[in-house]
Design a binder for this molecule. Structure first.
Ligand SMILES: *Cc1c(COP(=O)(O)O)cnc(C)c1O
Length: 458
């Protein structure tokens, strides 16, 4: 099989390779081995659920830019909100000043979120929203200890997270990602040691978690979990009852429960927030990805009233010690407000239900392909898990030749389209996905069957 995709660097030193290296002389790309990866295409513009490449090709987007662009690209309502806010006030510091777009957005989020999740701290990325969640949890217990409410709380300095989880790329969050699947294994020795457990998805795992908590529960400040779907760790689903179990265990052991809804928030799993399917209210929730409908970076960490109250004191050091420069950027807040308008006035959750049904039906044939381990759908997330996938970038290139933008990672090929995608466009994604996988997987079977060294035509 030929895998001679154009590479990014001048590894081979040939004129062609050097020309490719010249195409991107200054950029450093994410999660990308730039010596061997195919040269990424340049996107010139977007519209609806399409990406238009500089060479004129149109790709139907199956990823929605890492799940952010839930209303499709260039939505006029978001664009108008952005322009109007840019004319009034693009940015102002949030230290010692507040503004209407942030106040409105915080009130609307508090209104939409269940229970007493009502104090909103704005940041500009998901990783940092989770860092803030962890800091809130740690400082909450310190404050409890300081006021004498719970003298033992000072021992709660560690975080518990789950195998398969992903919470971001910063130093603090790398320490709570799955050590193997979290893409950070290399950094392990440099990270603080946190506690890793299996999600209690079976009676045996529940027993293991209970026994871990009975010995170490008093050291744990917070338990971090992506509710219902572990996203970047492999698009693995678990049932809502697991979250009810975690709530019960956290309550029993005095641990704060943090839901990382950066991926699942804003409709992706079929309800506005994943926690609603379990009827569980976490102590802290982190939101980002689709918060601005994919237009601008913004994140929110929202805490229950009781958590916030533990920071109220005469003591200055009891205040939350965090404050990003671009916190609560007014442009981003205005666009997020406009995105919430769309959730209120357009039938987004009905659209997600329809996407779900269509994904279920149209991805089902992938089950019959050799080397497919699982096909699963939740809300507007469709996943085909393979036994193995050797060359995800090359597969990505074949998807592009089919006119679809699908970005496989590890052994996962998934669709997370915009909620506004039409049935025809979604059909194009599922059909392209099936065609490319079928060709790839039957090819893999064939090359396995023929003894190595023998030539055969593909
Ligand atoms: C994307 C993601 C993050 C990290 O967000 P960034 O904005 O990339 O820092 C954290 N948690 C989950 C569940 C995510 O999907």
């Amino acid at each position: 099989m030929s895998t001679s995709a154009p590479a990014l660097s001048q590894a081979s030193g040939t004129p062609a390779a050097q020309a490719r290296a010249c195409a991107l002389p200054n950029l450093w790309l994410p999660y990308c081995q730039m010596q061997t990866a195919p040269l990424p295409p340049t996107v010139s513009h977007t519209q609806g659920t399409s990406l238009f490449l500089a060479d004129g090709q149109e790709l139907t987007d199956g990823v929605a830019s890492w799940w952010t662009a839930c209303h499709g690209y260039n939505h006029p309502h978001l664009q108008q909100a952005l322009l109007a806010q840019a004319g009034r006030m693009p940015h102002v510091m949030f230290g010692g000043l507040v503004h209407e777009p942030a106040r409105t957005l915080a009130a609307r989020l508090a209104d939409l979120l269940p229970g007493e999740l009502e104090r909103v701290f704005f940041t500009d990325s998901g990783s940092v929203a989770m860092e803030v969640a962890a800091k809130i949890a740690l400082q909450y217990h310190m404050n409890k200890a300081r006021t004498g409410h719970d003298p033992q709380a000072n021992q709660r300095r560690r975080l518990l997270s789950f195998r398969g989880g992903y919470h971001g790329d910063t130093m603090g969050m790398m320490a709570v990602c799955d050590p193997e699947e979290g893409m950070h294994a290399l950094f392990g020795p440099a990270l603080p040691s946190q506690i890793l457990a299996d999600l209690p998805t079976s009676p045996e795992k529940l027993v293991a978690l209970e026994s871990l908590l009975s010995t170490q529960g008093h050291e744990i400040a917070a338990m971090l979990v992506e509710p219902l779907v572990q996203g970047a760790g492999g698009m693995v689903f678990h049932p809502p009852e697991v979250l009810q179990t975690l709530r019960r265990l956290c309550d029993r052991h005095g641990i704060l429960l943090v839901f990382d809804e950066i991926f699942t928030g804003f409709g992706r799993t079929g309800t506005l927030f994943a926690c609603q399917q379990a009827d569980v209210v976490p102590d802290i929730i982190a939101l980002s990805k689709a918060l601005t409908g994919g237009m601008l970076p913004l994140a929110a960490t929202v805490a229950r009233r009781e958590i916030f109250d533990a920071f109220l004191s005469e003591a200055p050091e009891a205040a939350l010690m965090h404050g990003p420069t671009f916190m609560a950027n007014p442009l981003a807040c205005a666009v997020a407000n406009a995105s919430l308008d769309l959730f209120a006035r357009e039938p987004r959750l009905e659209q997600v239900a329809a996407i779900s049904e269509q994904l279920r039906e149209e991805l089902a044939p992938c089950r019959t392909l050799p080397g497919v381990r699982d096909v699963r759908v939740m809300g507007a997330i469709g996943v085909v898990e393979l036994e193995k996938l050797d060359n995800a970038p090359e597969l990505g290139r074949r998807f592009m030749q089919e006119g679809v933008w699908i970005r496989p990672f590890r052994n996962i090929v998934y669709l997370t389209p915009a909620f506004t995608i039409t049935p025809e466009q979604l059909r194009k994604l599922t059909a392209g996905l099936y065609r490319v996988l079928k060709a790839e997987l039957t090819q893999q079977v064939r090359s396995k069957q023929s003894p190595p060294g023998k030539t055969h035509s593909a």
